[in-house]
Design a protein around this ligand. Sequence first.
Ligand SMILES: [Zn+2]
Length: 405
Amino acid sequence: MAVQVPFVYRRHQIGQLGNKISLAGKVGPDRATFAGYTEYKGVMHVHTFLGGHSTGTFDELITAANANDLDFVVMTEHYDPAYNTSALTLNGTFGKTLFVNGQEVDTNDGGRFLLLPGSPESPSFAKLDSKTFLDKIHSEGRIAINNYPDRNRSGIAGFDGMEAYSLHINFKQANIFTAVGDILWSLRSYPEATIASYLRRNDDYLARYDKVASEHRLLLTAGADAHSNKGYYLIADDEGNKHFGIKLDPYETVFRIVRMHVLLESGTPLSRESVIEALRGGHAFVGFDVLGESAGFRFWAESLSDADDQPTHTSGGTDIGSVPRRIMGDGVVLGGGIKLSVAVPTPARIVLLKNGVKVAEEPESREFSLNVSETGTYRIEAYLDRLGETFNKAPWIMSNPIYVR
Ligand SMILES: [Zn+2]
């Protein structure tokens, strides 16, 4: 009994967090547009039974994606020497959700990548070094996102993106004692809030991301690594064997936690190719939407000197007009200075980082602008500190950078 008292208190705290989160609710427009772009939300890094150590079925996956109003899901099935998992997984639109048939692949020098789209040759990539692999898949128009970047010890370079946050890694780093207590005491009543209470920024992965992105363009992504398995996140080994008989991480719950929002040029239909192009261009941001709907987040740049040199986008909807702009993922020339601007759908603490170092911070605001006069890779993190004491270490939003050169 003495052991259980803290979990009664934890359950109370988690219940309160659940109330705050549900009050945060949905604040953005149904289909946000900005400066000629239209926003779509989805989840990246999802497995099913096809690639081993998942029990998830296509039916569960489609039901959960549709129930969460996801516009897209990026599948990343493990490869199998006996069959082509990218051909067998979901590819195309099912209900209201587009599925993109990626894969998770290995190379012989310790590289691990999310490959979009997948390839029938994936099993053979395990025999290639990363450079040969990357040259090959780039020649085919595919992109590769390095995941588990801490395992990249051989200086692999030239990939298109990095998974700078993984829900799976986040939970592997959790306190197992607290986690087991929370599973028994809080998870059934407050599934989203229980998971949200564990969210933390991955300082190590983001430092690795910032180091590369300060030199080269690099897509920043967050992965659910969703397996819909019994205990994959909190208390199991990577094979997902140990459990309490509770499905801890059904797709439906995991799909509410962390999402990728991509910006397609307005008028461009949502398709496998357009999602991959938006990711390739870095026109995307990470939203921990369980904490509050992040749709409508914006990060853009305007030249202080020669604005007319930049392309003009026009669009309807809530577009704020025809002022020349570049958005996250784009490069801009410093020239006579650049004005960087941010808008968030609900007040948040807005942090501007340059090459991974905080250069400005704005408390509890919906908008923030700063004129910068130095080249660098600038990106945004936004925090909802008001949700509680750990949420100053758990970002709500992480943008892709604007590259001022
Ligand atoms: Zn995975």
